[in-house]
Design a binder for this molecule. Structure first.
Ligand code: THU
Length: 160
């Protein structure tokens, strides 16, 4: 038996104002999208904004459903929209913002495992990393330089 250690790297920004202007704008798009989330069951609103290499910004938010598993997370709404409208265009950055109607979220809210896997498909295909910035309603912002850093040992299509 051999032990294998996987390292992952994150950057933490104390304030949104420490981010570049471009990323601050992208985060504002994520906040805007978040407020339009349809989250009557969880009261937990998430917004996502993807920046494509052309500069286009694609927004998404969580869409819940009375049949709970039929709902979809903000990140997947955004990435599937990008895939549907701009197939093959490289995704450069993703900003994610979450707000709970039950408590003030001041710590970064990381994307769920299912969304990491969905994003991984696009990162693997485009062969360049997607930088992911995530936060709560206020406070620190975390940055992952790639989906790979958030999902080590990801499953990809190479063995299918
Ligand atoms: N949610 C997202 O939109 N993204 C995530 O990464 C985590 C969870 C949504 C799904 C559901 O509508 C609500 O947040 C509570 O789980």
């Amino acid at each position: 038996m051999k032990k294998h250690t996987i390292e992952t790297h994150l950057e933490v920004f104390d304030l949104v104002s420490e981010l570049s202007e471009d990323i601050q704008k992208l985060m504002i798009k994520a906040h805007e999208a978040r407020e339009n989330a349809y989250a009557p069951y969880s009261h937990f609103k998430v917004g996502a904004a993807l920046q494509l290499e052309s500069g286009k910004i694609i927004q998404g938010n969580n869409q819940e459903n009375a049949a709970f598993p039929s709902g979809l997370c903000a990140e997947r709404v955004a990435v599937y929209q990008a895939g549907a409208l701009f197939p093959g265009e490289t995704i450069v950055n993703l900003a994610i913002s979450a707000r709970s109607l039950k408590q003030v979220l001041t710590t970064p809210i990381a994307p769920c495992g299912g969304c990491r896997q969905a994003l991984a498909e696009y990162e693997v295909n485009q062969k360049t990393p997607i930088a992911i910035y995530f936060m709560g309603e206020s406070g620190k912002v975390m940055k992952s330089n790639s989906v790979n850093d958030l999902l080590p040992l990801m499953f990809d299509g190479s063995s299918l």
